[in-house]
Write a protein of this length. Structure first.
Length: 79
């Protein structure tokens, strides 16, 4: 596979543990760490990062206007 998910028990405060705060100093979920150790948070940021990293045709970085439209819709639906 391309990775895995790890359960973060918010009720027990797992997102405030030092090991989690090393990945995301704000202690927010979702947070992602890739195999190279790069960490980022926020679902839309994670989706964009993965699309760019893996060259997804669904987020064509060669077309700035199309990416801006995609970003606009993602931002509108996340608030």
């Amino acid at each position: 596979g391309k990775g895995g998910l790890e359960y973060c028990d918010l009720m027990s405060g797992a997102h405030k543990e030092p090991s989690f705060l090393e990945m995301n100093a704000f202690g927010q979920v979702p947070t992602m760490q890739d195999p190279e150790g790069f960490c980022c948070a926020e679902s839309n940021t994670i989706l964009r990062y993965l699309a760019v990293k893996h060259g997804s045709e669904l987020y064509p970085t060669s077309d700035a206007k199309l990416c801006a439209r995609i970003d606009w819709v993602m931002a509108a639906w996340s608030t």
